[in-house]
Design a protein around this ligand. Structure first.
Ligand SMILES: *Cc1c(COP(=O)(O)O)cnc(C)c1O
Length: 470
């Protein structure tokens, strides 16, 4: 090692020096001392690394940082502990059920129920009629059955859990037949073949990627067949020379051989979306009419509620699923249950559901309404004392997201922002770093705000955010 490096290393700030500064600034009161000391060591360690890894003399050798500079870095980390990491953001991307942005925003009633139920105690697992232990699913069972026509219902943590639990209950140690065209992967490592393996079921693939016929299923049936599984190809479509077996035909086949039939619906839509000019998405009600033994879907996709996995079906099958000990590890928590019950209530009246459930509202809002909203925001921004920005309206397309309606282009209106001072990517980054971050689209050197996923109540956040990013 050359002398320059040696000298630099010698002059690195001492931990005690840094701690003294932090004590004076009262930073030491803000976190456990051990953690502060560890952070100091980490910061000095990084400085040491920089020196050691720097190239030869005079070539990128860093000047050594002072104890004050080190203390500043430690302070940032400690202050970070006092700010929230999980924060609300403005979704200006136009992806309605954006999985990375928390999927479905909840309706107001769901929010109220969460606060009310979690502030104190609740009858989560207590039957008030009889004064004895009850089941947590009881709170949503009736409404789910009433809305869908199912015999029985239960709910778990998410749809991945629902699929795992149903597969484990119905086909552990046995074969489950699935079409090759339905061996899907959903973002975030959910792959049907892998979930199946974890459930203890053996995957029995039938048919081909583009075409599967009824005899393919029938020929695969043997003494060890536990289940026939149909999976909704939520997030992709295959076009051209294709064929899949309808659910009702699989139900007939299952009946003939005494094998249960399950349908993983993915999104679980309750509203006929084609009425609103959108692609056909099988509704839960129609799916159940075909007579499958069990249907599973998500709570926070097209349904627009909290993260949950909903299991509907025949009484004896759902009872079995409820009794599976694995269920204890996948169970739904009370906050989710409170929000889910409130969300389901909205569906008692479709109009109500379309106006209160934010995901559904964004999805079905006529483009003229989106445009009106866009004009209003444009006017607000143009009147606001924001210098160096140029705003304009643009037509574009939004997406459903959340593994639903994958080929649907939903017409929308965007506000394009051009800055005379900074690049679009730099502005996008600044918007992302605000206290209430704004997540925008960047395209062709412009920042784009898609009004389909922006609520009027967020206009002030956008205006202030732009002021702060100037
Ligand atoms: C989204 C999806 C899942 C996973 O649901 P989560 O609620 O995200 O766990 C499983 N199966 C299908 C078909 C899906 O579309």
């Amino acid at each position: 090692m050359d002398d320059t490096k040696k000298n630099l290393l010698k002059s690195l700030p001492k931990i005690d020096e840094i701690l003294l500064i932090l004590e004076k600034d009262h930073v030491t009161d803000k976190a456990p001392r051990e953690f502060i000391v560890k952070t100091c060591r980490h910061v000095v360690g990084r400085m040491r690394e920089t020196i050691l890894s720097s190239k030869k003399k005079g070539h990128g050798i860093p000047s050594v940082s002072s104890a004050e500079e080190a203390a500043d870095e430690v302070k940032k980390t400690i202050e970070g502990l006092h700010t929230y990491s999980l924060r609300r953001v403005v979704n200006a991307t136009g992806i309605i059920l954006h999985t990375n942005l928390g999927r479905a925003p909840l309706c107001d009633e769901a929010l109220e129920r969460i606060v009310d139920i979690s502030r104190g105690y609740s009858n989560l697992e207590f039957n008030l009629e009889e004064g004895k232990r009850g089941l947590r699913y009881d709170h949503v069972e009736n409404i789910l059955c009433a809305l869908t026509g199912a015999d029985d219902a239960m709910v778990v943590n998410n749809n991945a859990a629902a699929v795992l639990l149903a597969l484990n209950t119905l086909s552990e140690g046995r074969e489950a037949i699935v079409s090759r065209g339905e061996l899907i992967e959903i973002g975030g490592e959910f792959r049907i073949p892998e979930v199946m393996e974890k459930s203890g079921a053996t995957l029995r693939e039938v048919g081909t990627t583009n075409r599967t016929h009824l005899p393919d299923y029938e020929n695969a049936i043997n003494d060890n067949t536990g289940l026939i599984l149909k999976v909704h190809t939520s997030n992709f479509r295959i076009a051209g020379f294709t064929d899949a077996v309808e659910l009702h035909a699989l139900v007939e086949l299952g009946k003939k051989y005494g094998i249960p039939v399950m349908n993983d619906l993915g999104s679980g839509c309750f509203v006929e979306l084609s009425t609103y000019g959108l692609e056909e998405e099988p509704t839960v009600q129609d799916t159940l009419k075909a007579g499958p033994d069990v249907v599973t879907f998500s709570g926070d996709k097209l349904l627009g509620g909290p993260q949950a996995g909903i299991v509907l079906g025949k009484k004896d099958i759902v009872e079995k699923i409820k009794r599976n000990p694995l269920n204890r590890a996948l169970r739904i928590d009370k906050l989710t249950l409170a929000a889910l019950e409130a969300t389901m209530k909205q569906y008692l009246n479709t109009e109500e559901a379309l106006s209160c459930i934010k995901g559904l509202r964004s999805l079905t809002e006529p483009v003229a309404t989106v445009e009106k909203k866009a004009r209003k925001l444009l006017k607000l921004l143009q009147k606001s004392p924001l210098e160096g920005f140029l705003f304009s309206l643009k037509k574009g397309t939004s997406m459903s997201g959340g593994g639903s309606l994958p080929t649907q282009e939903i017409p929308t209106v965007l506000i394009a922002i051009n800055s005379s001072r900074i690049s679009a990517s730099r502005l996008g980054e600044r918007l992302r770093h605000l206290d209430t971050p704004i997540i925008a689209r960047i395209s062709d050197e412009e920042v784009l705000l898609d009004l389909r996923t922006i609520d009027e109540s967020e206009f002030a956040i956008i205006e202030n955010g732009l002021k702060a990013s100037d």
